[in-house]
Ligand binder design. Structure first.
Ligand code: GLA
Length: 389
C-alpha cells in the first residue's frame, strides 16, 4: 500500500470534490520478549513493523463521520453527536473509542469527516492491528483537532484507555506505546511502570526475525486475557499480606522464590512465576542484544515460550507446533509466541541462510500436523505513527 493507492481508493469511495485527503500511517508491532509483563508493571521489548494501517481523511462541510475500510465490508456514517455509541461491528469501535476518549479531554471534531482505513497486517494475529487502528485515528485527531496537545506517550495512553473502556479489553500499554514511539531498526526497552524507555538498535548481522502466523481463529482470547490479568492481581493480593508490593514487575526472582509458598493457589503461583521470570529474561535479553550475544538472546526467547506454555498457559497446540518445528531447523537461535497468545503469531531468530528452508519446512510440517496453512513474514522494523506527506 502507498499513499497514492489509498488516495485513489478514497476518491473512488467518496468522490473527488473537496480538498485532497491527508494520509496517516501507524505500524503494527512484534514483541521480541517480555510477554504479559506490561500490565504487571514489568519490562517489554517490542518493535514497530514496517507494515500497519493507512488512513486517508478529509474534512467535509457535514456533521457526520463516514467510516470505511478496504479490509472489511462494513461501512457506517455516524452523526458527530452520536460518536460515543458503540456499534455492532468490531472494527469501527476501535476508531470510535478513540474519538470518545478525545472528547473526554475536550477535543472533538467540529466538522464532518470522511475516513478510509486500509491495513496490511493480518487482523487478530497478535501483531497489534487494533492498536494500529486506534493510534492512526488518535494521531489524526490530535493533529487536526487537538493542535498536537498530546505528545506520543500521552497519545499511546489515550488509545490504551479507548481499548480498555470502549472495547473492554484490559490490555497493558505495550502495543499502543510501540506503535506510537517506534523507530526504524530499533526495539523499545520499556519499563511499563514508569514509562521510561530506551530505543535499542537491533543489529542482526546475518540474522532475520521471522514472524509465523498460525492462522488460527482466536476464540475467547479477550476474556482469557482479562482472566490472566485478574489472576496476577490476585497474586499481588496474596503476597501483599506478607510484603508490600505494588505489582509483580517489581519483584526479583529471588524475592519471589522466598515468598511464593505464601500463594496458596497453585495456578495463581504459576502465573506469578511466569511474570517475575519473564521480567528478568527481558532485562537479560536487552543486555544480550547490546553485547551482540544473539545466541543468548535466542535461548531467552525459547525460555520465554516455555514459560508462557507451562506456567502462563496462553499458547495452545498451534503456537506450540510452530515453535517446535522452528526449533528443529538448523540455524534457528530461538523461537517464541508473541503478543497475547491463544493463537496469533510466533517470532523466530533465524540465520539468513536458513530462512528459505525455515519457511518451506516449518510450513509443511505445521500444515501436516494441524491442517492449517501458516503465513510467514520476514520482519522489517519500521517507524512509529506519522502523517505521510
Ligand atoms: C496484548 C496486549 C498487550 C500485552 C500483550 C501480552 O498484545 O494488548 O498489552 O499485554 O498482549 O504481552
Amino acid at each position: 500500500m502507498t499513499s497514492e493507492i489509498i488516495i485513489t481508493k478514497f476518491y473512488k469511495k467518496y468522490g473527488e470534490s473537496g480538498e485532497s485527503p491527508r494520509v496517516f500511517f501507524s505500524p503494527g508491532r512484534v514483541n521480541l520478549i517480555g510477554e504479559h509483563t506490561d500490565y504487571n508493571g514489568g519490562y517489554v521489548f517490542p518493535c514497530a513493523l514496517s507494515y500497519g494501517t493507512y488512513m486517508a481523511a478529509r474534512i467535509t462541510d457535514t456533521k457526520t463521520i463516514k467510516f470505511a475500510s478496504l479490509n472489511f465490508d462494513f461501512t457506517i456514517e455516524i452523526p458527530l453527536s452520536e460518536l460515543n455509541n458503540k456499534v455492532k461491528n468490531e472494527w469501527v469501535n476501535y476508531p470510535l473509542g478513540v474519538f470518545d476518549e478525545f472528547k473526554k479531554t475536550g477535543v472533538e471534531p467540529d466538522h464532518g469527516i470522511e475516513l478510509l482505513f486500509s491495513g496490511d497486517i493480518p487482523n487478530g494475529a497478535g501483531l497489534s492491528s487494533s492498536a494500529s487502528i486506534e493510534t492512526v485515528t488518535g494521531f489524526f485527531i490530535n493533529k487536526v483537532f487537538g493542535k498536537n496537545k498530546l505528545n506520543l506517550v500521552e497519545l499511546a495512553l489515550l488509545c490504551q484507555r479507548a481499548e480498555n473502556k470502549f472495547i473492554g479489553v484490559n490490555c497493558g500499554i505495550m502495543d499502543q506505546f510501540a506503535v506510537s514511539v517506534g523507530k526504524k531498526d530499533h526495539a523499545i526497552f520499556l519499563d511499563c511502570d514508569t514509562l521510561n524507555y530506551e530505543l535499542v538498535p537491533i543489529k542482526l548481522d546475518g540474522l532475520k526475525l521471522i514472524i509465523s502466523n498460525t492462522n488460527k481463529k482466536r476464540q475467547l482470547a479477550d476474556s482469557k486475557y482479562n482472566e490472566r490479568r485478574s489472576e496476577c492481581e490476585q497474586a499481588v493480593k496474596y503476597l501483599n499480606k506478607f510484603k508490600k508490593i505494588k505489582n509483580l514487575g517489581k519483584l526479583s526472582l529471588n524475592e519471589f522464590n522466598e515468598l511464593s509458598a505464601r500463594i496458596p493457589d497453585e495456578v495463581i503461583r504459576k502465573r506469578a512465576l511466569h511474570v517475575v521470570s519473564e521480567d528478568q529474561r527481558c532485562v537479560e535479553a536487552v543486555d544480550a542484544l547490546k553485547n551482540g550475544d544473539m545466541m543468548r538472546f535466542g535461548v531467552l526467547m525459547n525460555e520465554s515460550h516455555n514459560s508462557l506454555k507451562d506456567d502462563y498457559e496462553v499458547t495452545g497446540t498451534e503456537l506450540d507446533t510452530l515453535v517446535e518445528e522452528a526449533r528443529n531447523i538448523k540455524g534457528v537461535l530461538g523461537s517464541r509466541m508473541t503478543g497475547a497468545g491463544f493463537g496469533g503469531c510466533t517470532v523466530s531468530l533465524v540465520k539468513e541462510e536458513s530462512v528459505d528452508i525455515f519457511i518451506k519446512n516449518v510450513g509443511k510440517k505445521y500444515e501436516q500436523r494441524t491442517g492449517l496453512k501458516p503465513d510467514f513474514y520476514v520482519a522489517d522494523v519500521g517507524n512509529g505513527v506519522k502523517e505521510i506527506q
